[in-house]
Design a protein around this ligand. Structure first.
Ligand code: GLU
Length: 307
């Protein structure tokens, strides 16, 4: 396995899904990935993860870009939109097909949900029970295409969460690459695009920690470099639920970005001193870049968002 985090110019990224406006949780992920890159003289790229078209909200992508700009984020190069990338995903799928690991699956969501055989994966999703692994059942037609995983552990060293190990067969299961609605799955798109953008460091929310071993498997099978991973705590509400763009998470105030930026720094263990209370946005960013210390990021997978 190649590790491109060594001896390569740092290239980080922020990859929001335009399913709604930016909220505190996504701001914290943006701040963490941005500061980790900039404090090390690295590049920071943006990618609009609009591969899951039914979940995208019209106008959300532009709104996210405007909010990021109002908060003082500066990104390198053009924004990569996943809705322009189908040919690259199709090529990666063909490459995976050639390994003999891709198989058609006829199971509907309903059939899978009703299956008594299914165990729960680490992220709460059900582990595919292997129904179509050895061939489509008689008379059934392909709906989705899945990747056959091994009964083997994939391990990596996360920059915040430490060593992570996952047995793909028992904890994730054979996963979807091409969905029943004809759209490419997030797991495939993210791997192809991290490679396309030359990403060396992925800094994102810990809600994606359980997806990382699947992504590492895809990188290995596609002979792509494996970036370094850092999973930040995810902001949760009073009920312990992840803030999400589609839930009622409060949108960010673009007229007055400082308080939310300070709160995001605080959330990431990088509280700015009181005397910086009234400084300009640019000065706050300068302080944050100079004082960014990943060792202070809380190790929890989730943390309460500020009130
Ligand atoms: N698009 C994903 C999200 O908004 C992030 C994916 C990633 O960072 O790999 O949650």
């Amino acid at each position: 396995m190649s590790d491109i985090s060594q001896n390569t110019h740092y290239r980080g990224r922020f990859a929001p899904s335009p399913s709604g406006q930016l909220h505190f949780g996504s701001l914290a992920a943006a701040v963490g990935s941005f500061l980790d890159a900039r404090s090390r003289g690295g590049s920071w790229l943006l990618r609009m993860e609009d591969v899951d078209r039914p979940r995208c909200q019209s106008g959300a992508a532009d709104d996210i870009l405007r909010t990021l700009a109002a908060f003082g984020f500066e990104w390198d190069g053009p924004v990569l939109y996943q809705n322009t990338r189908d040919a690259a995903y199709a090529q990666a799928l063909a490459q995976l097909h050639a390994t003999g690991r891709v198989f058609p699956c006829a199971c509907s969501r309903r059939e899978l949900a009703d299956s008594q055989l299914m165990r729960l994966a680490g992220d709460g999703a059900k582990v595919y029970p292997g129904t179509c692994r050895a061939g489509l059942p008689q008379g059934k037609t392909a709906r989705a295409w899945r990747l056959r995983v091994d009964d083997a552990v994939i391990a990596f060293e996360d920059g915040v969460q430490g060593r992570i190990e996952q047995n793909l067969a028992s904890e994730a299961g054979d996963f979807v690459l091409l969905r029943a609605d004809g759209l490419f799955a997030y797991q495939l798109a993210v791997v192809v695009d991290d490679a396309e953008q030359g990403i060396t460091h992925v800094v994102r929310g810990a809600d994606l920690l359980d997806s990382t071993p699947r992504q590492i498997l895809l990188q290995r099978l596609l002979a792509l470099p494996v970036p370094a991973y850092v999973h930040l705590p995810v902001a949760v509400d009073a009920r312990g639920e992840k803030l999400s763009k589609r839930s009622r998470a409060v949108p960010l105030n673009v007229e007055q970005p400082q308080p939310a930026l300070r709160a995001a720094l605080n959330f990431l263990g990088q509280a700015a001193p009181m005397e910086l209370e009234r400084v300009s946005l640019a000065e706050l960013w300068r302080w944050a870049r100079e004082h960014w210390n990943p060792a202070r990021i809380p190790r929890q997978r989730s943390l309460s968002a500020p009130e």
